[in-house]
Design a protein around this ligand. Structure first.
Ligand code: AHR
Length: 504
């Protein structure tokens, strides 16, 4: 049996946790919107065509912000197509996914859905095929009270009050050659700066996310951030990061260690932001928006076939990764990584929310069920609020094909405003249980109130509509806290949520 220790102190804090790190993403892609959140005619559709079962699953996750409407999709999207009478909205070829967008669900409908889901919208503008003035226009449409062309158009379209969208993405993955209207770092930095200026002149209360590299594997990664920030630092608030991991070679040990790379990615982008801050003698600090993260690889081959077969189809089943148990473990570790870096990561979006690389799946006309990755996200979103605590972990380590010195115990801890302490922990060890020696002495008298475990003997086990509870969390026996110390058994390959509350 292995042993690891975790020391927490109530005064050693990383940061207040911005609840927006539990954000998600809905793109006009595949069956995310049509057949996902929206399916008029479904027995569980509400009066606006939105599925109530999906809404309930989203609300249980607790998603405070949803990025919308893309993704790659947004770089060819004209926002004006998505407002006004539905019958007059154009059908458009979507060159990001080679499908047809009908614009049946547009800005107003999505805003209505988001309100019901208790989410704010993080709205991405098109800086691919469009210009800063179009970004200015939609800020005026969404946020200006009235008395101008676009705000009056919103009112005429049925929304007397402004939509109040506070967080905006200045395009999407603009360094990617696959992106419509992709740019060099300098071209993007200049365009983002000019868009940012006039968007904020219309509504000074908004915050803006500039596109970082579409991934740390891009040849231009680093230089892109440096060059574009040099052009737009003063007018933006966040830099975006995107990262998906996969396990095509079935190397679980390396796959579960992928968050070593994620940690490194975050620290590198932070360093670049701070280098530009230094160079500019600026007092302003740029934070990070990790606005696309997840596991993504299961559906790659299937997607090639679908796109070839059904080019220009509508609501095709694209990017429908079926997540297994090891994916849930990595998603747990990714959440731990976000918490560990919550002093700089203020926004993060699990990409995506429904059907498209998503925790929630639906069948057209049928049921709605939770994938394996649903559960760690729900736990972190529910219990990982308040303050992130510095977690001093001493753990046995392992080497694998891709990484060296990987701690078998990956952990983060939070303290709620009510004084509850929660430890999130993944045991990456493939075979052995680990005893986690917890030092909680600084918190006074705590008792364990819950130990949630997710484990399955088969790392490839999945949930399906027929068997939706194949991989679900269970309750483990509680461990006694004695003099502020607890020795918690953590099974091999498991996601754990250890919850403690003041004894009195
Ligand atoms: O989330 C799926 C796609 O991944 C997004 O459209 C794009 O931004 C990224 O490459």
């Amino acid at each position: 049996m292995k042993k690891a220790s975790l020391i927490l102190d109530k005064d050693y804090q990383i940061s207040r946790i911005d609840p927006r790190i539990y954000g998600s993403f809905i793109e006009h892609l595949g069956r995310a919107v049509y057949g996902g959140i929206y399916e008029p005619g479904h027995p569980l559709a509400d009066e606006n065509g939105f599925r109530k079962d999906v809404m309930e699953a989203v609300r249980k996750l607790g998603v405070p912000i949803v990025r919308y409407p893309g993704g790659n999709f947004v770089s060819g999207f004209n926002w004006e197509d998505s407002v006004g009478p539905v019958s007059q909205r154009p059908k458009r070829l979507d060159l990001a996914w080679f499908t047809t967008e009908t614009n049946e669900v547009g800005l107003h409908e999505f805003a209505q859905w988001a309100r019901k889901a208790d989410s704010d919208i993080m709205y991405a503008i098109n800086l691919g095929t469009r210009r800063p003035e179009n970004a200015r226009d939609i800020v005026e449409y969404a946020n200006h009270p009235g008395g101008s062309k676009y705000s009056d158009m919103r009112i005429a379209n049925g929304a007397k009050d402004p939509l109040g969208i506070k967080l905006w993405c200045l395009g999407n993955e603009m360094d990617g050659p696959w992106q419509m209207g992709s740019k060099t770092a300098y071209e993007y930095g200049r365009t983002a700066n000019e868009a940012a200026k006039i968007m904020k002149w219309v509504d000074p209360s908004i915050e803006l996310v500039a596109c970082g590299s579409s991934g740390s594997g891009m040849p231009t990664f680093g230089d892109w951030e440096l060059t574009m920030l040099n052009e737009c630092y003063d007018n933006i608030d966040y830099v975006s990061l995107h990262r998906y991991y996969g396990n095509p070679t079935k190397d679980t040990a390396s796959f579960l260690a992928s968050t070593m790379d994620m940690d490194d990615f975050i620290r590198t982008v932070v360093s670049i932001c701070d280098a530009v801050k230094g160079k500019k003698h600026s007092k302003k600090q740029i934070h990070l928006s990790f606005d696309e993260w997840n596991v993504w690889y299961h559906s790659n081959e299937q997607d090639k076939e679908i796109t070839q077969r059904e080019k220009w189809g509508r609501a095709l089943p694209l990017l429908e990764d079926i997540y297994n148990f090891e994916d849930a473990l990595l998603v747990g570790s990714m959440l731990i990584t976000l918490l560990r870096n919550s002093d700089r990561v203020k926004v993060a979006c699990l990409a995506q929310l429904v059907n498209v690389i998503a925790p929630i799946m639906t069948r057209n006309g049928g049921g709605c069920w939770a994938q394996t990755i649903y559960y760690p996200f729900m736990h972190a979103s529910r219990y990982g609020r308040g303050t992130a605590l510095l977690s001093i972990v001493d753990s046995p380590k392992y080497d694998c094909a891709e990484y060296q010195d990987v701690p078998i115990i990956d952990a983060a801890a939070t303290r709620s405003d009510q004084g509850e302490v929660t430890v999130f922990c993944v045991n990456r060890d493939m075979n052995e249980e680990c005893i986690l020696d917890l030092d909680l002495r600084s918190f006074g008298d705590l008792k364990m109130t819950e130990h949630i475990i997710m484990h399955h003997d088969d790392v490839r086990a999945v949930n399906t509509e027929e068997n939706p509870e194949n991989v679900v969390p269970t309750q483990a026996p509680l461990t006694k806290v004695d003099g502020g110390r607890a020795e918690v058994p953590v099974p091999p390959l498991s996601w754990n949520v250890l919850r403690f509350a003041p004894s009195v």
